[in-house]
Ligand binder design. Structure first.
Ligand SMILES: [Zn+2]
Length: 337
C-alpha cells in the first residue's frame, strides 16, 4: 500500500501545558506521533512511501474562511518557537467584523484556546491537506484502490466556520471536495472524538454521506456535537449518522456500529470512501475511553474493505506513541491480502 508522507511535519511542534482543576494537560499532538507511525510502516516492505504533491492554495482556502487568519497570524510571530493561542471569544450578539489581520480576533475563527498557531503552522497544515489531496488524486486517477495519507495536524474538528481541537484545515473534507466531481463520497470518522468539523461541512450536502463512531459527547470532547439525532439538514436529511458509544466500549460492540454504517453506505451507493482514522480508541490511549486492542484494528480494517470501493485513509488522532504505529499498521493490513 502507498503511504503518503508530508515533508515538513516537525515545524509545527507546540509545547504548552495547562491546569484544569487538579489535572495537568499538555498538547499531545507532537511530531513524535508521525515518527512512530513511520517507524512501524517502514519496517514492512508491503508499504511504499511517497511524498505529498503540492496543490493550488485555492483548493484549501475556498473551504476554510479562516485560512488567511492562520497564515497571517503565523507571519506576525517573531520566531519558530512562539505559540499564539486565541483567548478572546466574542460569543453570541457580538459585533463581528471578521478581520483577518489582527491575531486577537482569533475567537471569531476558533472554538478553543488549545489549538496554537506557530510561525510554520500554516505551511504544515497546508501540507497535511495536500497529503490527503495526493491520496485522493491517486484514487481519482484509478491508480490505487486504497491509500494511506499520513496527515498531521489532524483535520476533523476544523469546520466550514471555525477551526479548533488541534485541527486547522479539514483534510478529509478537502479530499472529498476533490473527489466529488467523480461521484458520491462517504466519510467515516473512527477517531475517538466526534468529527464535528467534517459533519458540519456536509450537513446540507446530500452527495456526501458522513458518519462517526465516537465517545458519547455527553461526557467527551467535542461535547456540543455528535449526538444520534444529528442526521443531516434539509435536502441532506438522512446523510449523516452518529454512533455515540459509552466509555469502555470493546470490539464486539464497536464492530456492530461499523456494520450499521457500512449498510448505510451500501444503500448510499458511494463511489469513494474516506476514513478519518484516529487511534485514540485504543485501550491505552491517554485521552480516549474505549477498550480496543492493538491486534483488533486489522478486523476493523477488513470490515471497511468489504465495501470494495476506492478508499482514502487519512490519519487523525491517536496519542499513545508506544502503540500508535502498530495500530495504524494493523488497520492498514486489514485492507490488504
Ligand atoms: Zn481524537
Amino acid at each position: 500500500m502507498k503511504v503518503i508522507e508530508k515533508y515538513n511535519d516537525s515545524l509545527h511542534n507546540p509545547y504548552w501545558k495547562f491546569q484544569l482543576g487538579p489535572e495537568a494537560y499538555e498538547v499531545k499532538d507532537t511530531p513524535l506521533r508521525v515518527e512512530a507511525i513511520k517507524k512501524a510502516l517502514r519496517a514492512d516492505q508491503r508499504f511504499q512511501f511517497i511524498t505529498a504533491d503540492p496543490f493550488p492554495e485555492r483548493l484549501i482556502s475556498r473551504l476554510h474562511p479562516y485560512h488567511d487568519y492562520i497564515r497571517k497570524t503565523g507571519l506576525s510571530l517573531q520566531n519558530d518557537k512562539e505559540e499564539f493561542y486565541p483567548d478572546l471569544f466574542p460569543g453570541e450578539g457580538a459585533h463581528l467584523r471578521k478581520k483577518v489581520d489582527n491575531p486577537l480576533w482569533g475567537g471569531i475563527w476558533c472554538t478553543d484556546a488549545v489549538t496554537p498557531i506557530m510561525r510554520k503552522t500554516y505551511e504544515v497544515a497546508r501540507a497535511s491537506a495536500e497529503t490527503a489531496l495526493t491520496g485522493a488524486a491517486l484514487l481519482r486517477e484509478g491508480r490505487e484502490k486504497a491509500v494511506y495519507a499520513l496527515c498531521r495536524p489532524s483535520g476533523h474538528h476544523a469546520g466550514p466556520r471555525v477551526f479548533g481541537g488541534y485541527c486547522y484545515f479539514n483534510n478529509v473534507a478537502t479530499a472529498a471536495e476533490y473527489l466529488l466531481p467523480e461521484g458520491r463520497v462517504a466519510i467515516v470518522d473512527i477517531d475517538y472524538h466526534h468529527g464535528n468539523g467534517t459533519q458540519e461541512f456536509f450537513d446540507e450536502i446530500k452527495s456526501v454521506f458522513t458518519a462517526s463512531i465516537h465517545g458519547d459527547p455527553d461526557n467527551e470532547y467535542p461535547y456540543f456535537w455528535g449526538y444520534a439525532e444529528e442526521i443531516g439538514k434539509g435536502q441532506a436529511e438522512g446523510t449523516n449518522h452518529n454512533e455515540p458509544l459509552p466509555k469502555g466500549t470493546q470490539l464486539a460492540q464497536y464492530s456492530e456500529a461499523v456494520d450499521r454504517i457500512l449498510d448505510m453506505i451500501r444503500g448510499f451507493d458511494a463511489a469513494y470512501l474516506i476514513i478519518s482514522a484516529g487511534f485514540d480508541t485504543h485501550e491505552a490511549d491517554p485521552i480516549g475511553g474505549f477498550k480496543l486492542r492493538t491486534e483488533e484494528y486489522t478486523a476493523i480494517g477488513k470490515q471497511f474493505r468489504s465495501l470494495g470501493i476506492p478508499t482514502l485513509i487519512c490519519q487523525e488522532g491517536g496519542y499513545n506513541i508506544d502503540v500508535l504505529g502498530a495500530c495504524v499498521k494493523n488497520f492498514l493490513l486489514g485492507f490488504m491480502d
